[in-house]
Design a protein around this ligand. Structure first.
Ligand code: FE2
Ligand code: FE2
Length: 134
């Protein structure tokens, strides 16, 4: 796989992490349940750290991270629906990272993506545990 292709995939991940950071940051401002709000805030920080790791991989390969985002569906009045959206966001990320891990032949990139996917699985588990308690 040539570096341009890898940069393109990493930028897709980067945009996804940017969206997750924005989604969770905003949601943590408006969720009234203290435990869920603090968890969402802490996970927003994890997602920003993922942006940082991806940006490092992108710039080292001569690319520039893209700050464009798709549409972000922020939480409404229904906290359960909002958490479900957060879980969906994690699942989309996990599936995309796993797809990329299987096709990218750059050891450093694969190592970072594996680390990120482990954290996304933990996030999903934490959100699922909160939904189960509602
Ligand atoms: Fe992430
Ligand atoms: Fe995550």
């Amino acid at each position: 796989m040539d570096p341009e292709e890898i940069i393109e995939l990493l930028n897709r991940d980067f945009r996804h992490e940017l969206e997750a950071t924005m989604l969770y940051t905003y949601n943590s401002f408006v969720i009234e349940d203290c435990d869920i709000s603090r968890l969402t805030e802490a996970i927003a920080v994890d997602e920003m750290r993922h942006m940082w790791w991806l940006a490092d991989l992108i710039t080292k390969r001569g690319g520039r991270p893209s700050m464009e985002t798709g549409e972000i569906e922020y939480i409404g009045e229904d906290i359960k629906a909002g958490l479900e959206k957060q879980i969906e966001k994690e699942t989309e990320g996990i599936e995309e990272y796993e797809r990329q891990i299987a096709i990218i032949d750059d050891e450093e990139v694969v190592g970072v993506l594996k680390h990120i996917v482990d954290e996304e699985k933990r996030h999903r588990k934490e959100f699922r545990e909160r939904i189960a308690k509602l």
